[in-house]
Design a protein around this ligand. Structure first.
Ligand SMILES: Nc1ncnc2c1ncn2[C@@H]1O[C@H](COP(=O)(O)OP(=O)(O)OP(=O)(O)O)[C@@H](O)[C@H]1O
Length: 133
């Protein structure tokens, strides 16, 4: 009987994935909320980072509640990066989950359900639904 050496087979499910935003640890602002050119994994985008810092400050002071922040810009311009930096700046216990619009539109269930699932995932809630037939 012949044996074939197939080498090391890696379990693809256990391969650690490095996120594209793993370098971001905060907004990289000074005490006066000025954006430093390179800090906390962020580079450039100074006015946007300063504006995000003001929003983070308002959240921390409890002056903004039940509101959303809309970040617009070209593809790959750093919208998700700013959002993640805001979450990091709010503290390590701040949940962050990013979803892409194309993901939602390709799903068969409702958009509201997709958003709810994402929110649950962000805060670590798992709901098991059982139906008796
Ligand atoms: N100011 C920045 N400093 C450091 N890295 C950045 C900055 N802006 C963007 N990046 C990095 O560049 C890449 C693209 O940015 P990002 O995904 O945030 O763009 P986007 O506007 O959300 O893109 P899309 O519209 O395609 O979702 C990411 O790896 C992100 O971490």
């Amino acid at each position: 009987m012949t044996t074939i050496d197939v080498g090391e087979v890696k379990d693809v499910l256990k391969v650690e994935r490095v996120g594209v935003h793993s370098h971001i640890v905060g907004l990289g602002l000074s005490n006066t909320l000025e954006a430093m050119s390179v800090a906390e994994g962020m580079v450039g985008q100074l006015p946007a980072r300063r504006a995000a810092g003001l929003v983070v400050k308002m959240v921390k002071e409890g002056r903004i509640a039940g509101r959303s922040v809309l970040i617009t810009g070209d593809a790959g311009s750093g919208k998700t990066a700013i959002a993640m930096a805001m979450a990091r700046a709010l503290g390590s216990d701040t949940p962050f989950e990013s979803i892409t619009a194309s993901e939602i539109f390709s799903l068969e269930f409702s958009k509201t359900e997709a958003l709810l699932q994402s929110l649950r995932k962000a805060i670590g809630v798992r709901i098991k639904e059982e139906t008796e037939v």
